[in-house]
Ligand binder design. Structure first.
Ligand SMILES: NC(=O)c1ccc[n+]([C@@H]2O[C@H](COP(=O)([O-])OP(=O)(O)OC[C@H]3O[C@@H](n4cnc5c(N)ncnc54)[C@H](O)[C@@H]3O)[C@@H](O)[C@H]2O)c1
Length: 248
């Protein structure tokens, strides 16, 4: 029970990986604020979090809306006594976002807004409460694509890695550590639904470990990064990708 008495905000908690981050933190004692635009999905996550023994509040927010993010952080701090952990997991990743010049400018602006500016806003508005609680931890959900991918998605996640370093430097004196995790393909429903057989084989062919990543593979790293076991680690983004190798 590494997070007894702690309060964690998990964005993108209505589905997939975010739902499992919420459940994993709750199973180790944290109270969870699940933030997402999908309020029906949040309801399902809430039931799972409560079954895992954690306290739960749902926050229906678009993380690009600064006033809504500020209200969410204020509400979490007021209702639950403060904020200790922020998992910046919400992100856009499906559709045409692997395009570069082929993607229209409006979509470019939206993905940068959600995948970078949204994470910045959540960190900015959680900071004061974390500082008052004596420090905390933030984990940004990046992607393996940030290290070798192309297209708007990869660019957005590379920018997020930069934000991780920037926030780590700025928040260090408040006792707030900021790290990132960069998974390869994780078999969330959303990720697997869009993949044809050829692409699945190409993904496996590029990995040393011949299986698809499981969401639990990411959950265990996030829990570690949030815990006191990681108290000397900040500003880093960690790959969880089955040993992906460049195609020779
Ligand atoms: N699944 C993978 O293979 C994989 C690999 C690497 C990184 N990631 C990253 O992990 C995160 C979650 O992926 P997933 O597979 O669980 O996807 P998902 O689409 O199932 O979940 C994303 C969640 O984010 C929410 N969201 C999107 N925009 C939002 C906004 N503006 N405000 C609030 N909530 C918003 C969605 O409603 C959704 O519930 C994403 O950041 C994604 O880029 C996924």
């Amino acid at each position: 029970m590494r997070f007894e008495g702690k309060v964690a905000i998990v964005t993108g908690a209505a589905a997939g990986i975010g739902r499992e981050y919420a459940r994993g933190l709750a199973a180790e004692g944290a109270a969870i604020v699940g933030a997402d635009m999908d309020t029906a999905g949040l309801k399902q996550t809430g039931a799972l979090v409560e079954a895992a023994g954690g306290g739960w509040r749902a926050a229906g927010v678009d993380i690009t809306d600064e006033a809504a993010v500020e209200r969410m952080a204020g509400d979490a701090a007021g209702a639950l006594g403060g904020i200790d952990l922020l998992i910046n997991n919400a992100g856009l990743h499906l559709g045409d976002y692997n395009e570069t010049t082929g993607l229209d400018v409006e979509s470019w602006r939206r993905i940068l807004d959600v995948n970078v500016v949204g994470q910045l806003l959540c960190a900015k508005h959680c900071r004061a409460s974390m500082r008052e609680r004596g420090g905390g931890a933030i984990v940004n959900q990046s992607s393996m694509a940030s290290f070798m991918g192309s297209g708007a998605y990869a660019v957005s996640k590379l920018a997020l890695n930069g934000l991780t370093v920037s926030l780590a430097r700025e928040f260090a004196d408040d006792g707030i550590r900021v790290n990132g995790i960069a998974p390869g393909l994780l078999a969330s429903d959303a990720a697997m639904a869009g993949l044809d057989e050829v692409t699945k084989q190409r993904v496996l062919g590029g990995q040393m470990i011949q299986r698809f990543g499981k969401i639990e593979d990411a959950v265990s790293l996030v829990l570690f990064l949030c815990s006191s076991e990681a108290s000397f680690i900040t500003g880093q983004t960690f790959l969880v990708d089955g040993g992906s190798v460049p195609r020779l």
